[in-house]
Write a protein that binds this ligand. Structure first.
Ligand code: NAD
Length: 348
């Protein structure tokens, strides 16, 4: 399994393969960059088909965290961890404690948190073996769930994108299609509803979809129909790779802004969106609200108003990205990557 020649290898600082026979742990931690601070990124537990697939995921995701933290102006670098296991079957306290020991061995260079396949209860078990855990409730918070903060950041991002892409300063009557009404999508839909937007919602979970659509007086459509919705904004809040060539060609929306990670099925999709006159909001800029809150939880001077102000700064960052993209004739995705690299690898 090549590492240094891997297509997703991007001068990662450190890659650790860990195992524990007793608990069955097989894990990879990738630290992409620590120039701005310790590498923070979630722990994903997933039944990868092969070690190679797990390596691809952890290399890609850890690099993304460096970019996300740099553009959110956090004193953090980027890292990520994966455990090759089925979270419903294999996630035992012993496995998580063994993972905690692996994280602890890195002495704080990597800080773990929740991701797909892990939750707050898992972080508590990991925290029995290491102090290098984020995403646990501190400073009187009722929960460590970052989703409400992520949703607020996406809402701020969407307002910036609507201003830039549609020339509208408020969301009254703006039609938004939300794909996926899970933790983040449902919060986002409620913010949009309160701001006067008209919503089209979808989810593969028909019961959750019907409930939220009724609560918000929104239209509910089948998952396969969401890309055709007659809307101004498309908000991908489900899985990655929501924007394939076929989907982009069907979109009626002039703006894309959502919470999902890795929305572009391939990098060239950014240019395809541009060619169709659709403004794309770089996903890792829009969805940084959760990591901003986790970063604040690590500070002794945590203040909710300061956290919210920091998250609202996502709008200003996007204003800068959209303006530079126009000036340089580049896609917002390319400009976001350039700006992030300027921040974590300053010249000289
Ligand atoms: P979630 O699992 O709670 O919600 C995802 C929802 O999408 C679920 O309701 C699921 O049923 C639905 N879904 C799955 N496939 C679908 C499909 N094909 N069509 C329509 N709906 C579908 O996850 P979440 O925490 O809300 O995260 C949503 C996205 O945002 C993910 O891509 C995640 O990586 C990203 N993200 C989340 C956070 C956070 O704070 N939770 C932070 C950054 C990024």
């Amino acid at each position: 399994m090549p590492v240094f020649d891997h297509p997703e290898f991007d001068h990662h600082q450190q890659i650790v393969f860990g195992s524990d026979e007793a608990s069955g742990l097989r894990a990879i931690i990738a630290i992409h960059d620590t120039a701005r601070g310790p590498a923070l990124g979630g722990l994903r537990i997933f039944p990868y088909a092969s070690d190679a697939e797990a390596l691809t995921d952890v290399l890609r995701l850890s690099r993304g965290m460096t970019y996300k933290s740099a553009l959110a102006d956090l004193p953090l670098g980027g890292g990520k961890a994966v455990i090759i296991a089925d979270p419903r079957r294999d996630k035992t306290p012993e496995l998580l404690r063994a993972m905690g020991r692996l994280v602890d061995g890195l002495g704080g260079a990597y800080i773990t948190a929740e991701d797909s396949g892990t939750g707050e209860a898992d972080m508590r078990l990991i925290a029995e073996a290491t102090e290098h855990v984020g995403g646990l409730p501190r400073h009187g918070a009722a929960s460590g769930d970052p989703s409400p903060f992520t949703a607020w950041g996406v809402f701020c991002a969407l307002k910036s994108a609507v201003r830039h892409g549609l020339g509208r300063d408020d969301l009254t009557g703006v039609r938004v299609a939300v794909q996926g009404v899970g933790n983040v999508g449902a919060h986002l839909a409620r913010h949009l509803h309160a701001a006067g937007a008209r919503l089209v919602l979808t989810d593969v979970d028909a019961a959750a979809l019907a409930k939220l659509a009724e609560e918000l007086g929104a239209e509910a459509v089948a998952p396969a129909a969401i890309a055709d919705a007659e809307v101004d904004v498309f908000a991908p809040c489900a899985l990655g790779a929501a924007l394939s060539e076929a989907v982009v060609d069907r979109l009626k929306a002039r703006v894309v802004c959502g919470a999902a990670n890795n929305q572009l099925a391939s990098p060239s999709i950014a240019e395809r969106l541009m060619a169709r006159g659709i403004l794309y909001t770089p996903d890792y800029v829009a969805n940084a609200g959760g990591v901003i809150e986790i970063a604040w939880q690590r500070r002794d001077d945590y203040r909710r108003d300061a956290v919210m102000a920091h998250i609202e700064g996502i709008g200003a960052t996007l204003n800068e990205i959209f303006a530079r993209a126009d000036r340089e004739g580049l896609s917002p995705a390319t400009v976001a990557d350039d700006l992030a690299r300027e921040r974590f690898r300053p010249a000289g």
